[in-house]
Ligand binder design. Sequence first.
Ligand SMILES: [Zn+2]
Length: 243
Amino acid sequence: MPLTDKQRWLYQQANGILLDESPQEDAHERVGLLTVIAGTRSVALFLGVEEADRLRLERVFAHSEVKPVTAPGPPTAYTWESRYRPEITRLFRERDEAPALWLCPGPEHADAVRAGVDQIAAGALLGYPQCCIAAQQREKARFESAVIAGYIRDVGEDAEKIAGALLENCNVEIDWEDEYRVPRTTARFPFVQHIACGACLSSGSSPTAILNSQYRQLVEDVDHHLYDYLVRIAKRVEDDLRL
Ligand SMILES: [Zn+2]
């Protein structure tokens, strides 16, 4: 569906506003912004927008139904059981989340994000496939366990000693095998904002593949520069992965 004049105007006005310091991340975020302006997706989340740019975004969307909302970023949902004692596990779990900028289509979504949504609820609001949300949870559980195991190997099972080592930022060796899902997602599905799960990465008809082609079509219709840039980045990352 082509964009209305108003939607196109909003997107163009937001063009000079930095959504992230890294050009590649900024490009990804811009797709996220476009999907919400176009109504393809209901909510977008930006974690790297500076104060001055946030104010500029607020001015751009002042007379639009879509509104930028400053609210807590989504905290990790600790849905898994740790195999370690609670006093140890507690040391490795986040508490406060930095504020984030959400783009919401109306007061209902704005109220929801202001009340605070965890990463699972946020993933659903952001239109991420359930399979990929679940894969992130599994990876977080695996990573938490690997980090704790690393500290215990170094300083033992005493919670106070572990807390001390954390404070000192000790260089602990972690037994961790990266599945490279982030670069693999960039290479294969450069238009989506989430990290694709293994199943999505190995199929051309997965939920992520479908989202990617939907978003790709939108970007191709509206912003050729952005389209070319993301395709080039995908190609470069794919070449790097082959090395
Ligand atoms: Zn998936």
